[in-house]
Design a protein around this ligand. Structure first.
Ligand code: AR6
Length: 181
């Protein structure tokens, strides 16, 4: 585990399965139809039970770069935040801004709900094909900026599923910390 205090809060990096984490909100990497799917979204829907997909159906969808909250069903959290990251199309289709926005909007949704702790997966770097190093820099940069400007949520954990993702985020956080000194 790696932890850095930042602005009004802290960024923590963990290797693991996000469904086993306790936080006010767990973020899932959703699609714009909120239809459920594979990867981290499949894991969240399986572990949380059918109530989550029912809530998604009622909402109906969420544009890329945005985020919406639902019940967390049986998971040890108050909410699931469904964040829609971009599908990688080569890097010239606004992917970086859309990815940063997915993180920012998730933080904003939780701030509006009054929550203070949030766990993110590595959005867009699975099926959606976003190059990992670039995604880690965008993800950590967006969260760091939020912590500098806002007081809530203040406790941000990235739950990274495999060694390569964890190592890449760890290096990106070191780079970000060095540039912020
Ligand atoms: N906990 C934490 N991270 C996980 C878990 C888990 N249990 N399972 C997988 N990951 P992906 P995307 C990691 O494909 O690229 C779905 O079908 C995974 O190793 O889940 O944003 C949605 O419904 C990778 O590092 O999300 C969408 O249609 C990261 O989570 C689409 O996939 C993201 O991989 C979204 O694709």
């Amino acid at each position: 585990m790696t932890q850095r205090t930042w602005g009004h809060g802290a960024i923590r990096l963990l290797r693991g399965n996000i469904t086993e984490i306790r936080a006010d909100a767990l973020v899932t990497a959703a699609n714009d139809g909120l239809r459920g799917g594979g990867g981290v979204d499949g894991a969240i829907h399986r572990a949380g039970g059918p109530e989550i997909l029912e809530a998604c159906r009622r909402i109906g969808g969420c544009p890329t770069g945005q985020a919406v909250a639902t019940t967390a069903g049986e998971l040890d959290a108050r909410w699931i935040i469904h964040a829609v990251g971009p599908i990688w199309q080569g890097g010239n289709r606004g992917e970086a801004e859309l990815l940063a926005s997915a993180y920012r909007q998730s933080l904003r949704v939780l701030a509006d709900l009054g929550g203070s702790s949030i766990a993110f997966p590595s959005i867009s770097t699975g099926v959606y094909g976003y190059p990992l190093e670039a995604a880690a820099t965008v993800a950590l940069g967006a969260v760091a900026r939020h912590l500098e400007l806002e007081t809530q949520p203040s406790d941000v954990t990235f739950v990274l599923f495999d060694a390569r993702t964890f190592d890449t985020y760890t290096r990106a956080l070191e780079t970000l910390s060095a540039s912020g000194d």
